[in-house]
Design a protein around this ligand. Structure first.
Ligand SMILES: *Cc1c(COP(=O)(O)O)cnc(C)c1O
Length: 232
């Protein structure tokens, strides 16, 4: 069995290799290590190997680990579903949020971001395959959303995030990721924006996502192994 460090370093190598092979774009692919359900010691072990960005889904669990790791300089990303009553803590304890699925959540995060912190980096989550069971903006709602969020001071919209339907072929995965990439480009053109982030790609569809221009891949299982149950 490979160790955590070995799996982590292998993922870094894989991302570099795919970036070289699969695409012409020079935009870097950043690795977000998805550490939900994993203990603080494992996060610290990756930190010591140079990893700085960690993604969490469960607020109480994340805050507990942030307290345990308060002595190191980690960029915490919130990537889980957001209920309204969670926005205050998310605005306070994270530097990124990837899972904004409706305007009201964005507006609350903006209002609740403490004024001594830099703006909260944000991605709008897109329901890219139009699944009943998934939340997120529809593609044709994004223009209006971006317009509505333009003036906010404490929320910096950086781009789009999606989780495509599971169990698809590589060609279908690529088609979904391409839709997200095209949407980002057309928002930039239409609204004169500089959205620079495509948060897409997980353990099972990493290669497709990188081929279609992902700038941030969210990898859990391939680094940490199968997940434990949430500890909180
Ligand atoms: C859990 C999770 C991931 C990581 O998924 P893996 O398949 O374990 O790599 C990525 N993004 C989101 C939004 C998640 O909830």
């Amino acid at each position: 069995m490979p160790s955590l460090s070995q799996r982590y370093l292998a993922q870094c190598d894989l991302i570099n290799r795919l970036q070289g092979e699969k695409r012409a774009s020079t935009a870097a692919v950043n690795l977000l290590a998805v550490s939900k359900t994993r203990p603080a010691e494992e996060i610290l072990a990756l930190y010591r190997l140079g990893q700085r960005d960690f993604g969490e889904n469960y607020l109480q669990e994340a805050i507990q680990k942030q307290q345990q790791l308060a002595h190191v300089d980690i960029n915490w990303h919130f990537i889980g579903p957001i209920q309204s009553n969670k926005t205050r803590d998310i605005a306070r304890y994270f530097s990124w949020v990837h899972s904004i699925d409706r305007l009201k959540i964005a507006q609350r995060l903006d209002q609740q971001r403490p004024s001594n912190l830099p703006p909260l980096n944000a991605c709008l989550q897109v329901n890219i395959d139009g699944e009943q069971s998934k939340s997120g903006f529809k593609l044709d709602e994004l223009g209006a959303a971006v317009e509505a969020l333009k003036g906010l001071n404490n929320l910096r919209i950086r781009g789009l995030m999606a989780i495509p339907q599971a169990g698809k072929s590589v060609n279908q995965q690529r088609a979904s990721f391409k839709k997200l990439a095209d949407a980002k480009n057309s928002l930039n053109d239409q609204f004169k924006l500089n959205l620079d982030t495509l948060s897409m790609g997980m353990s099972d569809d990493l290669s497709s996502a990188i081929a279609e221009g992902a700038t941030m891949v969210r990898i859990g299982t391939a680094i940490f192994g199968a997940r434990r149950k949430s500890t909180v």
